[in-house]
Design a binder for this molecule. Structure first.
Ligand SMILES: Cc1ncc(C[n+]2csc(CCOP(=O)(O)OP(=O)(O)O)c2C)c(N)n1
Ligand code: SF4
Length: 248
C-alpha cells in the first residue's frame, strides 16, 4: 500500500539543498497544496535569490526567478495580469525581510492577492552565514561572530507580527517543520493561504521557521532541535492575523 508519494507537481530533479535543510520539506508542502487544490495548470511561483534560487527546477508549474528581494513586486505584476492564477513567492529571510523588506511591506499594505512563503532560518544561508534581520540575540553569524548583540547589531524583527499591523493582509500564520505534527500544521496553513487567495481575499503570508544546519554548524538533528528549543520560544507559532474570522 502506498501511504505517501511524491507530489506530481515536483520534478525528478535531485534537490541541491544540504542534508537537513527545511527548503525541501516546504517545497513538498507547497506542491501538495497546489495539487490538492487542482491548481497545477494555473499556478505561478516566483523564486528568490538565496538557497532556493534554483527552485524553478523543482516545480512543474510556471516559475520565475526574481532579483534579490524583488519577488513581491514581481508577484504583484504577475497576479495583476493573471488574477485567476495561484501566485506565490518563496523567499528566505535575507531576501524577504532585508533587501526586499520594502517590497514585502508595500505588497502587504496594498493587500495584493498573492501568497508569500517566508523561510525564516535566521541567517543568510547561500552566502555563508551572515546575520539576517531575524537572527536572534546571542546567535553567532559571520557578521556577528560573538553572537548578535542588540546594542551593536540591532534587534531581530518579528516580520509576521509587523506585517499584521497593516490593514492589507488577510491571513498571516507562523509555522515550523521541526516535527511531523508541525509539518502537518505547516501544510494546513499553506493550503489555507492558497484557498484564501483563490477566494480573492487578499494578501497571505506564511512564515516557516527553518533550519540551516550548514551555517549553524549543527547536525541535521541538532539543527531541528535549535528550531524547537531556541527559535519557537522566540518566534511563537500560530495564526497572527485572520480577517476571515473577523468577517464571521
Ligand atoms: C542585489 C544583491 N545583493 C546581494 C546578493 C547576495 N546574496 C545572495 S543570496 C543572499 C542572502 C540569502 O539569504 P536568505 O534570503 O536568508 O536565503 P537562504 O539562502 O538562507 O535560503 C545574498 C545577500 C545578491 N545576489 N544580490
Ligand atoms: S546553506 Fe542552509 S539554507 Fe542553504 S541549503 Fe544549506 S542548510 Fe539549506
Amino acid at each position: 500500500m502506498i501511504v505517501q508519494k511524491k507530489p506530481q507537481l515536483l520534478t525528478d530533479t535531485p534537490l541541491h539543498y544540504c542534508p537537513g535543510c527545511t527548503h525541501g520539506i516546504v517545497h513538498r508542502l507547497v506542491a501538495e497544496s497546489i495539487e490538492e487544490l487542482g491548481m497545477c495548470d494555473n499556478a505561478i511561483g516566483v523564486m528568490p535569490v538565496g538557497c532556493a534560487v534554483f527552485g524553478y527546477n523543482y516545480f512543474k508549474c510556471d516559475m520565475l526567478q526574481a532579483a534579490h528581494g524583488r519577488a513581491p513586486s514581481v508577484s504583484t505584476g504577475v497576479k495583476r495580469v493573471h488574477p485567476d492564477a495561484l501566485v506565490f513567492s518563496y523567499q528566505g529571510d535575507g531576501d524577504c525581510s532585508s533587501i526586499g523588506m520594502c517590497e514585502t511591506v508595500h505588497a502587504a499594505a496594498r493587500g495584493e492577492n498573492f501568497t508569500i512563503i517566508f523561510i525564516n532560518n535566521g541567517i543568510y544561508g547561500m552566502t555563508g552565514g551572515q546575520m539576517a534581520p531575524t537572527t536572534m540575540e546571542g546567535v553567532k553569524a559571520t557578521t556577528c561572530i560573538y553572537g548578535r548583540d542588540p546594542k551593536i547589531n540591532g534587534n531581530p524583527i518579528h516580520v509576521a507580527e509587523m506585517l499584521a499591523t497593516l490593514t492589507g493582509p488577510c491571513y498571516i500564520e507562523r509555522v515550523a517543520c521541526d516535527n511531523p505534527a508541525h509539518v502537518n500544521a505547516a501544510k494546513k496553513a499553506i493550503k489555507k493561504a492558497f484557498e484564501l487567495q483563490i477566494a480573492k481575499k487578499g494578501f497571505t503570508f506564511i512564515e516557516v521557521l527553518a533550519s540551516c544546519p550548514s551555517n549553524y554548524h549543527l547536525t541535521p538533528l541538532d539543527a531541528q532541535k535549535f528550531v524547537t528549543e531556541r527559535a519557537i520560544p522566540f518566534y511563537p507559532l500560530g495564526v497572527i492575523k485572520d480577517t476571515t474570522k473577523e468577517e464571521k
